[in-house]
Design a protein around this ligand. Structure first.
Ligand code: EPZ
Length: 422
């Protein structure tokens, strides 16, 4: 992570060409942690090269796992774990570190995880993880900013989280895979990344059914073996490129996508006026007019993903008409709004609702990235702006997008990465 880099973007170049979508960050992170559930090697293809992936690999190495990369394969082997503590300096940079809690409890019967602390998009508590891993038999207490967990053999049971939680569901699935007896997760998250993790765990020998629905059943087994797996494509990266296309215009082909996982996003983009041709694992899309303003209401999958909210907002800032966006998942996911306003956007916020009045043009200026998807929103706005935009603190972008500026440059965007001038 290089914290003083910035992106320089000169707007108004339409996008044209082909872009390969990388493996999904939010599938790779839990699957890498699942490597802790076996002493045998796991071999993963299509793991995206992202800062968040580097952080989780550092954490797995800190625990004693061996990690290596050969060609496009990432290999993890957790046969030499000598430590079950996830320290603050690693966890503070990435909340998804909580995903080692379930596997460590299941395989080693103990874990000491630094509490992640909040992040810019919201409190992001982990109370559900603690409540329902305890229901599986773990003794968990908080001490000086750490989650201290101990368990003999975890016991399967029925658990029903009070909220739909993606990483919570992933922690429960991983823990239950090695528990005694059967676990039912009611009110489970259905995101495609949950299904990807379930497919990988099944490859390892886990007995899981119902993944992708609100009710997942896991029959505990005594041992999980190593496995090979290809990480599915990143539906949020794909949606981000399509919001950029809808905003600035042009014609692009996305290669390596699962269109059936993007139904809500594609539906909204069609409403905005994007022409979309859908293939088995590709999308051909065209936009040759200003986008129509579209209303957005984020919700759990299969609804419109909260991770797509900022990108649609960027598109709406230069759309024909007025739109409303309601963010229902996180309480502070509008950090991109003040930055978009600096570029000339007309946005008013009232609680968790934003009203966006489309303007004729945005204008390049210097803005600051505040979180991952806010960074993507600023890139989209900059691509459509008159003149040059400088986006500072783009380490936020590097956490979740692989080679974004290279992919955009290949599509004809005038974009480059530069060190921050002191
Ligand atoms: C995952 O975060 C994703 N991260 C997020 O993607 C994504 O925005 C989010 O799911 C929602 O889809 C990864 O998968 C690594 P949640 P997660 O638990 O699991 C509340 C990105 O941009 N909640 O589903 O942390 C929580 O506050 C990132 O790639 C509790 O109250 O989200 C939120 O309001 C950002 N208690 C809601 O549930 C808990 O114990 C959904 O959170 C857990 C969650």
């Amino acid at each position: 992570m290089i914290s003083n880099e910035e992106l320089h973007i000169v707007g108004e170049s339409p996008l044209k060409g082909e872009v390969y979508i990388s493996g999904a960050k939010n599938a790779a992170l839990p699957i890498l942690c699942a490597g802790l559930l076996t002493e045998e090697p796991i071999i993963l293809n299509n793991v995206p090269e992202l800062d968040d992936v580097k952080t989780i690999l550092k954490l797995l190495e800190h625990l004693g796992a061996k990690t290596s990369k050969k060609n496009n394969q990432t290999i993890i082997q957790a046969d030499t774990i000598h430590n079950t503590e996830a320290p603050y300096d690693l966890v503070k940079t990435m909340r998804a570190s909580i995903l080692v809690l379930g596997p460590l409890l299941a395989r080693y019967g103990e874990a000491r995880i630094s509490l992640p602390g909040g992040c810019s998009i919201g409190q992001r508590p982990v109370d559900q993880h603690i409540k329902f891993l305890s229901a599986l038999g773990a003794e968990i207490r908080m001490e000086q900013g750490f989650i201290i967990a101990k368990s003999k053999k975890l016991q399967g049971t029925v658990i029903k989280p009070d909220v739909v939680t993606v990483t919570g569901t992933e922690n429960f699935m991983m823990a239950a895979s090695l528990a005694k007896g059967t676990t039912i997760i009611e009110n489970a998250a259905c995101e495609p990344e949950i299904t990807d993790l379930a497919h990988f765990l099944i490859q390892m020998g886990a007995k899981i059914t119902g993944h992708g629905t609100r009710r997942i059943k896991i029959e505990g087994v005594n041992y999980l073996n190593g496995a090979k797996y290809v990480i599915s494509p990143d539906r949020i990266e794909a949606g981000t490129f399509l919001c950029a296309l809808a905003t600035i215009g042009g014609c692009i082909n996305l290669i390596n996508v699962n269109p059936h996982e993007m139904t809500s996003t594609l539906h909204k983009l069609k409403e905005a006026g994007l022409e979309i041709e859908i293939g088995q694992n590709w999308l051909k899309c065209k936009m040759n007019k200003k986008p129509n303003a579209v209303n957005i209401n984020t919700s759990e999958y299969p609804g419109l993903a909260t991770d797509m909210q900022a990108q649609f907002m960027a598109m709406n800032t230069v759309a024909n008409g007025t739109s409303s966006i309601t963010e229902n998942i996180f309480e502070n996911r509008y950090m991109h709004v003040p930055e978009l306003r600096r570029m000339g956007a007309d946005i008013t916020i009232d609680g968790n609702q934003a009203i966006i009045r489309g303007v004729n043009k945005l204008y390049g200026t210097t803005v600051k990235a505040t979180d991952l998807r806010a960074s993507a929103s600023l890139v989209i706005a900059a691509l459509a702006s008159k003149g040059k935009t400088i986006i500072e603190s783009i380490y936020h972008l590097d956490r979740g997008y692989e080679k974004m500026e290279e992919k955009l440059r290949m599509l004809g965007a005038n974009i480059l990465r530069a060190p921050r001038k002191e």
